[in-house]
Design a protein around this ligand. Structure first.
Ligand code: SAM
Length: 264
């Protein structure tokens, strides 16, 4: 048997992302790990003056509404960047018709931790703009804050491409801009329901520090214990990251040592 080929981001059919099964497994009820992520992110947002961020990013938003809700007080415009046709359809329905009732416990927790959020989740989602596209569409220096939840480590098996995703994420904010992220810890490629295997790149705290320490200041990494109420994805928990992009032009290389230079 020959060596197994490493699957890169473009090798997966993101348009066919199994929204219904993904929601059923992860977001139809508030799991302990969501509580951990929401506490972490809300602790950052509640120290940001309401309406003081002109434009923020949710990179690879997927069908997850709570990161968008959390930004709803601080940000005047939230770009939900997402390449998958299936996820875009779900997001449009949620914004047009109001969030599914299953998001209410998520929103209640967000609002209890950040009282600047409005009474209704529909109102909190008002600043969201759905932006079809992916990492290659990001223009450097655009955002005051960028958030990325379960994306860079969950969309490629190639650690060099993981680094490029994180690099574009950092560059997407202006110098001094804030970064917030969540990563599955040590998750191998995974399945949702009985569907296909999606590419993933197992990362631990040391891997995150290796990528983010040269690119950020004030790097903080926290951990949420493995959530046994979720399906077995092979992870060992969740890593949470907060940091800022340093002032001034980037001083770090885009590509990791030995990795091929990005095309284009
Ligand atoms: C594991 S899901 C996470 C979704 C969501 N952020 C969450 O918190 O549940 C990975 C997401 O990354 C998106 N994605 C895949 N390739 C991408 C790319 N090149 N640029 C941006 N997002 C991408 C997928 O469509 C999917 O929505």
């Amino acid at each position: 048997m020959g060596p197994t080929r490493v699957r890169r981001n473009q090798d997966a059919d993101w348009d066919a992302w199994p929204v219904t099964d993904y929601l059923a497994e992860n977001y139809r009820r508030l799991h302990p790990c969501d509580i951990g992520v929401i506490h972490h992110h809300a602790a950052v947002y509640r120290h940001i003056a309401p309406g003081s961020l002109a434009r923020t990013l949710e990179l690879g938003a997927g069908p997850n509404l709570y990161p968008l809700m959390l930004a709803g007080a601080a940000s005047r415009r939230i770009d939900a960047l997402e390449p998958s046709a299936a996820n875009l359809r779900y997001l449009r329905r949620q914004l047009d018709g109001g969030p599914d009732a299953s998001w209410q416990p998520f929103y209640s927790l967000c609002r209890s931790l950040d009282p600047a959020l409005p009474e209704s989740s529909t109102e909190a989602l008002r600043p969201v703009r759905i932006v079809p596209g992916g990492i290659d569409d990001l223009a450097p220096g655009t955002y005051d804050l960028a958030s990325m939840n379960f994306v860079a480590e969950s969309v490629t098996e190639d650690s060099a491409e993981f680094t490029l995703f994180c690099d574009a994420f950092v560059r997407a904010v202006r110098p001094g801009g804030r970064l917030l992220a969540a990563f599955m810890e040590r998750m191998p490629s995974y399945r949702i329901g009985e569907g296909p295997v999606w590419p993933a790149c197992p990362v631990d705290e040391a891997a995150l520090r290796a990528v983010f320490a040269p690119r950020t200041t004030g790097l903080r990494i926290a951990r949420v214990a493995k959530d046994l109420t979720l399906p077995e994805y092979g992870d060992t928990g969740i890593l949470l990251l907060a940091a800022e992009r340093p002032d001034g032009p980037p001083t770090w290389p885009r590509t990791p040592a030995g990795a091929p230079a990005p095309q284009g």
